[in-house]
Design a protein around this ligand. Structure first.
Ligand SMILES: Nc1ncnc2c1ncn2[C@@H]1O[C@H](COP(=O)(O)OP(=O)(O)O)[C@@H](O)[C@H]1O
Ligand SMILES: [Mg+2]
Length: 418
């Protein structure tokens, strides 16, 4: 008996090589994640993400692995605050936000080790003006940063802002309210997180390592904005945090969404703001930026002399150095690192160099390789191997052929001379 096999495009049945998109993961439940908003009454981070202005005194967490879009999202938020004339102070540990000073109501200071910041003056100025402030911390040692932050929180809490909200953004906050150890900034930040709301003082904790932030601070958070996380310890920390008042299915969905998200995409969990859509929204932080996003990725250039184009291309090498082992994600690209007009990806980033970004957890044994990246590299290597072995075969054939001709001619010539 003959069997008939109907050949269909497998993609019609949803069979695909790549991972599910973040949206797809969430659409499985048929929930609608879009919503309407009014430009004049909302902090808008993207088509799917808008918040009422009272988010200015909430506790927010922005997380995700390095390069996943945390600072970018925080930048969008600060631009939105500025647009509404709401005030913020940003402790900018990696100089990602100095571009904001081009906004009319935002200023930037960059204290050095030999300078002090008069926090009483700073807080008074916050109270008496409508200006926001970015404090660039890159010139300060970590212990100086911790002291500055601790003193700032205490001075802020001691002031009466008479109902005017002030949001404090804390980049790399695992350095200031760590899970292990108690630096000078620890208690003041916990106090700001616990007591701030009643005084109109918000805090946005930004970190690539939810597992490294102390639970006393993290547990105050009412809105989680999480970009891609793949580290199991960090996923576990988020799971623990979300487990209060969230059902298991929802947690599972959030965590799977988080590990599926691409750069700029986030899963936002907010019982306060997203009650009507099951507490969760997913999507991209796609509000166009009004200022330049900093936190430039470092371009790694070879010190070797440039290779001319007719020599063979270097092969991907096996990972050897310790720093190479720190890359747990696909290489990430930065447009501003280039001047040439090569191919750009969807973010206008050039597709040809590495990012090296700050990653502070060098001893973390739970670092994971991205399996799909490994596969891609392997495939690439095999393909290049095949190409190279084909050209080697061609060269060998030409070589053998010319040696043969040479021997025959020599033989004939020899015979003639005999
Ligand atoms: N929402 C986004 N839209 C467009 N590009 C983004 C977005 N988020 C991140 N990127 C790109 O990724 C890069 C790294 O993002 P960033 O927010 O600095 O990462 P990190 O999570 O380490 O703070 C940015 O320089 C930008 O090019
Ligand atoms: Mg950052």
């Amino acid at each position: 008996m003959k069997t008939y096999c109907l050949i269909m495009d497998e993609s019609n049945w949803g069979l695909q090589k790549e991972d599910l998109a973040l949206d797809d993961v969430f659409k499985l439940d048929g929930a609608v994640h879009e919503h309407e908003y009014n430009e004049n009454e909302a902090i808008i981070m993207g088509n799917n993400f808008a918040f009422p202005l009272d988010i200015a005194y909430e506790k927010i967490f922005i997380g995700g692995k390095t390069g996943s879009g945390k600072s970018y999202a925080a930048g969008v938020m600060m631009e939105e605050f500025s647009r509404h004339g709401l005030q913020f102070v940003c402790f900018d540990a990696l100089d990602a936000h100095s571009g904001l000073h081009t906004l009319q109501n935002v200023e930037c200071i960059s204290p050095r080790e030999d300078e002090t910041v008069n926090l009483i003056k700073l807080v008074k100025n916050l109270k008496n003006s409508n200006t926001s402030l970015v404090i660039n911390l890159v010139n300060l040692r970590l212990d100086t940063q911790q002291r500055l932050l601790g003193d700032y929180c205490e001075t802020l809490l001691a002031e009466d802002f008479e109902g005017k909200p002030v949001m404090t953004f804390l980049e790399e906050c695992q350095d200031f309210v760590p899970q292990m150890g108690k630096p000078f900034s620890f208690s003041p930040i916990v106090r700001l997180c616990k007591l701030g709301r009643g005084k109109g003082l918000g805090a946005t904790l930004i970190s690539q390592r939810p597992a490294a932030i102390h639970k006393e601070a993290l547990s105050q958070v009412s809105t989680y904005m999480v970009h891609n996380v793949i580290n199991t310890k960090d996923l576990e920390a988020l799971k623990n945090q979300l487990s209060f008042g969230t059902d298991k299915e929802t947690i599972k969905k959030i965590l799977s969404g988080i590990s599926y998200s691409g750069p700029g995409e986030m899963v936002c969990f907010s019982p306060k703001y997203f009650k009507d859509v099951g507490y969760i929204k997913v999507g991209k932080v796609d509000r166009p930026r009004r200022t330049e996003h900093g936190g430039k990725n470092i371009e790694v250039k070879s010190q070797l002399a440039p290779i001319s184009s007719n020599t063979f291309q270097s092969q991907p090498q096996p990972v050897e150095s310790k720093s190479d082992l720190l890359f747990t994600e696909k290489p990430h690209f930065e447009a501003s690192d280039f001047n040439s007009e090569n191919e750009l990806n969807e973010y206008g980033e050039e597709i040809s160099t590495y990012e090296t970004d700050y990653y502070d957890d060098r001893n973390d044994t739970s670092l994971q390789w991205d399996p799909s990246y490994g596969q891609e590299t392997q495939e690439l290597e095999t393909e290049t191997d095949n190409k190279n072995s084909n050209s080697m075969k061609a060269v060998a054939a030409v070589g053998l052929f010319s040696t043969g001709i040479y021997l025959i001619t020599r033989g004939i010539a020899k015979k003639k001379t005999e």
